[in-house]
Structures are given as C-alpha cells and as structure tokens.
Design a protein around this ligand. Structure first.
Ligand SMILES: [Zn+2]
Length: 493
C-alpha cells in the first residue's frame, strides 16, 4: 500500500494585521519529499506519527509537501494558491494512491477562503475521487466545519492541550486509513458544531472541566464499534462563521450510533458552558504573588501576547510594570529584530542603552528603555527532544541575544517570534529559568508542558493584546449568532 502525506499547518488570528505570505511560510518552513523525513522523522509531531505508522503497519508513506507558518493573520491568496497548487500537482503526478494522510491545523483562514482547511481537503478529495480514504489529524484548536469533515474519511483531533499526542494521533490516523483502504472498516463521521466558545484559560485538558470532558470522550470511544470520539476546543481569535467548539464521533458502519455518541458528548460539553469561561489575574496581582513566593520561579502566563495564538511576542505590559515596581529577577523573551541588530553591532560584553519591545501597531504596551550588558549572542536555533507542545523539534529564533539589565532582568531578544514552549529556548543562550523569581511566558497552554515542572506556580495574567482572554474585547463581524458567551444560545436541535 502507498499513501501520500502532505499538509499545511496554520492557525489564523484574524485580528492580526500580519498576513501569512510566501516569505512567512519560508521562515516557518516549507519542506518537500525527503526534507520532511529529515525534519519530522522520529519527531513527536503528526508527520512523525504518519511516518512511524507507515513503518508499523507496512505502508509506504510518501511525503510530498508540508508547509508551516507561526500563527499570524490570514494566508494571502498568492501563498495559498501557490503552496496548495504545488501540493496538489505532486499528488496528481506521483499518484495513484491507496490513501492520503493530511496534517492540517483546522483553524487556517485564507484571505479569499474563510475555511481554508476544508478547501484543501475538498480539492484533495476532488483529485483522488470518492473511494480513496483520506484521513486528517487536526489541532485541538481547530474550528471544524461540516464541509471539512465531509471531505475526509476519518478526522482525528489531538486529545491534549498542551498538545503532546500529535504523534499518537498520526499513528492512529494511519491505521484507520489503512483499515479503510482494505475495506475492514466503514467510518461514519458525525460532527456537532456547538454555539459555544471556550475561554483560552479553560483549555488545559488536565484541568477541570476539560479533563472530565476528554475522559468522557475516551469512554465513548471505547464503546463497541466506535472508532474515535472528540471534544474539539476551537480557536476563538478567528472571526469566521465556523469558529467555536464542536464534538466529533466516528463509528464503524452505523451513522445512528455515531450521531448518538456525538450528541451525548455535545450535551456534556453544553452543561459545562459556564465553567468553560474564565477570568485571569491583573498584572499587579500577578506580581504581588510572584514577590512573596519563596519556592522558586513563578511563571506569569502573558495571555494577551500568546505567540502560539498569533500575538507578536513583544508585549512589554508585564515588563514595564515590573520595572516600575522594582521587581527584580525576571526573565522573558521579546521579539525585537531592531534591538537584536543594535546588540549585534555593539558586540558581546558591551554595555548598551536601548528601547525594547512593542514595535507594532498590534503590540501591547510601549517600548521600554533599558540599560544593560550583552551576555550571550546566538544563532537562535535550538532543538527540543521531548513532546512539549505540538511535538515540534527544531526551532529557529534567528539571531538572538541575552541581555542583562540594570533592573535585574534578563531579556532574550529574538529576531523571530517563537513560542515559549521549550526550556531549551532559554537554556540554549545559557539562561537558566530556574534561577529567576519571575518567568514571563507568552502563552496560556503552550508553555505549560515545559514550565510546569520548574514553576512554583503558574499565574494566568489577563493582559492586553490580540490574544486577550476576554473575547468581548474584540469586534467580530463574521462569527455565528447567537454564540455563547456573547449571547445566550440554545443547544443545537
Ligand atoms: Zn493548538
């Protein structure tokens, strides 16, 4: 058996003015053929799972093209058509196929196509025809539409947030597509979109209520004939009609069974809708907590500047408050290519005076004046050997600098924004987060797998920015109405 594997991974924050053009994809990574094996073979990512599944089940998994971009705004029409066009022409040229394995995010938006994942899946379905099984693995933040699911034979979704099971889902998807190709199973998929948004701070699948809901999904998935069942969290920062939570169940052969499983799960989610909302700490309260904690670093989760959600990673809101209050012993990253260049020009060991952070119209806070010494200069590349969030292995911040300021802070200035999902990010510059009282991590869930083991506690901080906690801070034009918590809504009939 021979399966094609291909994909495009983009989580679009439609409140970001930064578009995902070809250059952004080139920076994120566009890999072809054997390059995909080099990048992802043995990794904890979905593609690592597809490749491992191929070996495990004796299927020849042929990688075609995979494109990744860090979360930003919508994909430009040019980039989308060029990448997807190339992907599809490879699919045609190297076919025919016994199956197709797709790595998608599920929250991709293109300038000309609000449901970009569904568009990709439908174009693939059009090429391979109705009989070749096509399986996809989606991120738990997918805004899943019926149009997407209807184009796929099996739709698998991560079970965890932080996402540590991408590889496992990739293997599972390979197995289901193989069984479908051999006509051992006949997957019946039912999706129930819920008129419900989960707050970003209630998405951790190890905490209530998501932990119980995921356990319920696992229990349903173990019932006879069920192939999988999932609660999908969705991505709130996308102003598109299909934004929101959903439930998905797949049964082998019986659509009614799939429907009742999906409805049972959806009803359980719906009962938790109030608990799925959240409030965070103010910056001052968070710094109060950090100042009295004696047991080790307090990790402040800067929700408004969540790099993994499309924010720039250059907010100075917490930093400025710490400077003003005289809170010392703080470490954080800041995306600031200009400041990096200034430091590279000055050289290692130099004393510098400069302004850092908040360079963009959509940055939170204002540039902060700092004085300090350049301790380390690096090429910004690091490798994370374990599954932290999404299973990514190789990271590239571009030229980066560790700057020790006279305020007692260490700022890791980077040329590119990279999620704070790996301790190696700081360790690769000789900065040990264990040695600080305060670690500012730009994210909500993505930093947890890395930082929970070293933190005395994590504090969710309700900061400004294009990934702020409160969805009522944003103006939505395209979302469904009614949609809870914006409006009271009814459970779908
Ligand atoms: Zn995600």
């Amino acid at each position: 058996m021979r399966f094609a594997t291909l994909g495009l991974l983009h989580e679009a924050n439609t409140f970001s003015p930064l578009v995902a053009d070809q250059q952004m994809f080139n920076d994120g990574g566009v890999w072809r053929g054997a390059e995909i094996i080099e990048q992802y073979g043995g990794s904890a990512a979905t593609l690592g799972g597809f490749l491992a599944g191929g070996e495990q089940f004796g299927v020849d998994v042929v990688p075609l093209l995979f494109a990744f971009v860090n979360p930003v705004g919508p994909i430009t029409k040019d980039a989308f058509e060029s990448l997807v066009g190339e992907m599809l022409s490879e699919l045609v040229d190297q076919g025919p196929w016994d199956g197709v394995l797709l790595a998608l995010h599920g929250a991709a938006v293109a300038e000309h196509i609000p449901d970009a994942d569904a568009e990709i899946a439908n174009r693939i379905r059009h090429i391979v025809g109705p009989d070749v099984p096509v399986g996809a693995v989606l991120d738990l933040h997918a805004n899943v539409s019926r149009r997407l699911v209807n184009a796929l034979t099996v739709t698998l979704v991560y079970h965890t947030n932080p996402h540590v099971d991408a590889r496992e889902r990739g293997i599972e998807c390979t197995e289901l597509v193989r069984r479908a190709a051999r006509e051992e199973i006949r997957p019946e998929q039912v999706l129930i979109p819920l008129p419900l948004v989960v707050n970003i701070a209630r998405q951790d699948t190890s905490e209530s209520p998501m932990a119980e809901l995921m356990a319920k999904a696992a229990e349903i998935a173990r019932q006879p004939g069920m192939l999988t069942a999932n609660v999908v969290e969705g991505f709130p920062y996308a102003d598109v009609p299909h934004m929101g939570m959903s439930c998905l169940a797949i049964h082998d052969g019986d659509r009614l069974e799939a429907t009742s499983a999906a409805r049972e799960l959806a009803a359980a989610v719906w009962r938790c809708r109030a608990e799925l909302q959240a409030h965070g700490s103010s910056v001052d309260d968070a710094l109060d907590i950090a100042e009295v904690e004696q047991r080790g670093p307090v990790v402040l989760l800067d929700v408004g500047d969540n790099i993994g959600g499309g924010a720039p990673g250059d907010s100075t809101v917490i930093l400025a408050a710490a400077v003003q209050r005289g809170v010392r012993s703080l470490v954080q990253t800041l995306w600031d290519p200009d400041a990096v260049q200034h430091c590279l020009d000055a050289g290692i060991g130099a004393d510098v005076q400069l302004k850092v952070g908040a360079r963009h119209s959509y940055s939170a806070g204002s540039p902060v004046a700092v004085t300090g010494q350049i301790k380390v200069i690096s090429d910004g590349r690091f490798e994370e050997p374990t599954a932290t969030h999404g299973g990514f292995r190789f990271f590239d911040m571009g030229p980066s600098v560790a700057l020790e300021t006279t305020d007692g802070h260490t700022l890791v200035l980077t040329t590119r924004p990279v999620m704070n999902s790996s301790l190696r990010q700081l360790l690769s510059l000789g900065v040990d987060p264990n040695e600080f009282r305060v670690v500012v991590a730009k994210g909500v869930n993505s930093p947890r797998a890395a930082y929970e083991p070293i933190a005395s506690r994590l504090v969710v901080v309700d900061t400004d920015g294009i990934t702020a906690m409160g969805v009522e801070r944003f103006i939505y034009n395209e979302r469904r109405r009614p949609l809870y918590p914006f409006e009271a809504a009814a459970f779908p009939a």
